[in-house]
Design a protein around this ligand. Structure first.
Ligand code: C2E
Ligand code: CA
Ligand code: CA
Length: 523
């Protein structure tokens, strides 16, 4: 103690990257690794010893290890004094309690370990008392991180956590779970009680918010389970709450869902399909097929090209619609191999068809997951080059909603695709709730107006005006327009005067297998 020299064990030197086993200015070196929130307790305990107020050191705190992770430490030490009462030797044990700390640093809330422990504790101590469990997930949190940056995202999490706390009744506690999720435990929980809590939180976040002069939207979805009704163990309850949250998000976000039989069946089917799809991919894309749907020039009704559309079937569920299996492929990452396979299939077919019709254009859908895969653009370029199809005969389709919510990131991708010579279509236009300004910010080569605007075109003045207006706007800036979903002559007659460039709809052809498409159009 007189020289302020400490000796640390080897394991500690390694884990915390100390200068060596013998450290001279130990308090400073070790103190620098202690978490800010715990420094006070740590320093106070040291000071007590130095001041001679106590000879026992007993404190718990977090320290940062060499990987930058916070590790909980428990220090127990004892001070020896000389005849004069001066401190001579301080010795003790530091126990590494691991990373299982209790408090989330960002929000100051208890973390998920405490959430789990509290539920386990309630179940074991008061098995007859119902518990309401809610997992709250921030809707499109990724978008906030992308829009600004991670530290702004962190602030949004903090602000949201405060809002949630404000509206909690005394018998409820909120916890920070992983990432953008919060957990709420409502003791004596009922459906009504949980709905009440959600209702207040909903009111608080369901509008534009502002922080540091930056505006943002961040609504919350909720998935709920009740003990003992839905499950009797922590693991079941948390799993079902997670399913319910996923369900709420899939239903359009910004809403609450309670666990139900329907949710369980849907999820079981989804897990089942995931496995079947995986098998199918492993077996060389067996059971996958690419169909082609004709696109025609709107005025001449002559062939313009085709959109490649994925199909998949299995013995158990038969033909599964792409609206169901594409999201599963996206979530599982399988869309990466499957998307490549579809792209190659489509190019292969196109290579043959352009021999008959050099202007034939093949359109392929790209999922957001593919666009976030760093190597995907390289792959596309390679595939196009080796297929022999001129890049100008290839259109990639991305949905308006994806483009709109990723404007910053997507610009570079657009530039690369364009400079290679391929074209970009903005798919499902009119359904993404983006402003028309998007056409100025991120100009596509083609805009595909969604078929919801065609459905009632013969009766809805709005729909017809919308189409007319978009066509005019696009043509003024050199964007071509494709109208999707024309099913009848009546619809065709209604839209024809408005000068759309291309039409894709059942009137001219349904999606069909490659060989059928070839027979129908090239023989
Ligand atoms: P999408 O890209 O908007 O594709 C057009 C959808 O509209 C196709 O549905 C097509 O069959 C349908 N359709 C076209 N004309 C008509 C019509 O006149 N009436 C009606 N009622 N429907 C019409 P499909 O094939 O079921 O595909 C649904 C969605 O699944 C696609 O919408 C696309 O988002 C996705 N998808 C399909 N294939 C792929 C793919 O290879 N990759 C990716 N990422 N997504 C795909
Ligand atoms: Ca499409
Ligand atoms: Ca579409």
């Amino acid at each position: 103690m007189k020289t302020n020299t400490f000796r640390y064990p080897k394991a500690m030197v390694e884990e915390f990257e100390l200068p060596g086993e013998v450290v001279e200015n130990a308090a400073a070196v070790w103190g620098a690794r202690v978490h800010d929130l715990d420094k006070k307790a740590f320093l106070e305990s040291n000071q007590e010893i130095t001041d001679g107020r106590t000879d026992c050191h007993s404190v718990e705190y977090r320290a940062k290890n060499r990987k930058g992770e916070w590790v909980w430490m428990r220090c127990r030490g004892h001070l020896e004094r000389d005849e004069a009462g001066e401190p001579t030797l301080f010795a003790g044990i530091i126990t590494n309690l691991g990373k299982k700390n209790k408090i989330d640093h960002l929000t100051g809330l208890f973390n998920k370990f405490e959430f789990e422990e509290e539920i386990e504790r309630l179940i074991s101590t008061k098995p007859d008392q119902p518990i309401g469990i809610m997992i709250l997930g921030m809707d499109e949190f990724k978008r906030i991180n992308d829009l600004y940056n991670r530290s702004f995202g962190d602030e949004v999490i903090r602000i949201t956590s405060q809002k949630i706390q404000t509206f909690l009744p005394p018998d409820a506690t909120v916890y920070r779970m992983d990432g953008d999720e919060f957990g709420i435990i409502l003791r004596n929980g009922t459906v009504h009680g949980l709905k009440n809590i959600y209702g207040k939180i909903y009111q608080a976040v369901n509008h534009q918010q502002e922080f540091n002069g930056k505006k943002f939207y961040c609504t919350l979805s909720a998935g709920c389970t009740l003990y003992p009704l839905d499950g009797r163990t922590y693991l079941d309850l948390i799993k079902y709450a997670g399913y319910s949250l996923e369900y709420a998000k899939n239903k359009g976000k910004n809403q609450i869902a309670f666990f139900s039989e329907e949710i369980l069946i849907g999820k079981t089917r989804q897990l089942d399909l995931t496995e079947l799809l995986r098998e199918s991919v492993e077996q060389g894309f067996e059971s996958f097929e690419v169909y082609y749907q004709l696109q025609v020039n709107a005025d001449t009704r002559k062939i313009k090209g085709a959109e490649a559309l994925a199909r998949w079937k299995c013995e158990k569920y038969g033909q599964v619609p792409p609206d169901q299996f594409i999201p599963i492929l996206e979530e599982s990452g399988l869309i990466i191999p499957v998307g490549k396979w579809i792209f190659e299939q489509a190019l292969g077919a196109c290579a043959r068809w352009i021999k008959e019709d050099p202007d034939f254009v093949i359109s392929v859908n790209l999922s957001y997951v593919q666009l976030e895969d760093a190597g995907f653009i390289d792959f596309m370029e390679q595939a196009v080059l080796s297929s022999g199809v001129p890049p100008a005969n290839v259109v990639v389709e991305m949905t308006e909603s994806y483009i709109a919510s990723n404007i910053n990131r997507i610009e570079g991708i657009f530039d690369r695709i364009r400079s290679f010579g391929m074209k970009i279509a903005m798919d499902d236009f009119g359904t993404g709730y983006s402003s028309l300004g998007i056409l100025k910010k991120i100009p596509a080569d083609i805009v595909k107006i969604d078929r919801i605007f065609v459905k009632d075109v013969q009766t809805s003045h709005f729909d017809l005006t919308f189409i007319k207006f978009i066509v005019e706007l696009c043509h003024d800036v050199g964007i071509e327009v494709c109208l999707e979903g024309v099913e009848t002559e009546g619809e065709y007659e209604a839209v024809k005067p408005h000068d759309v460039d291309f039409i894709q709809g059942y009137l001219f052809g349904k999606p069909v297998p490659e060989s059928t498409f070839e027979e129908q159009n090239f023989s």
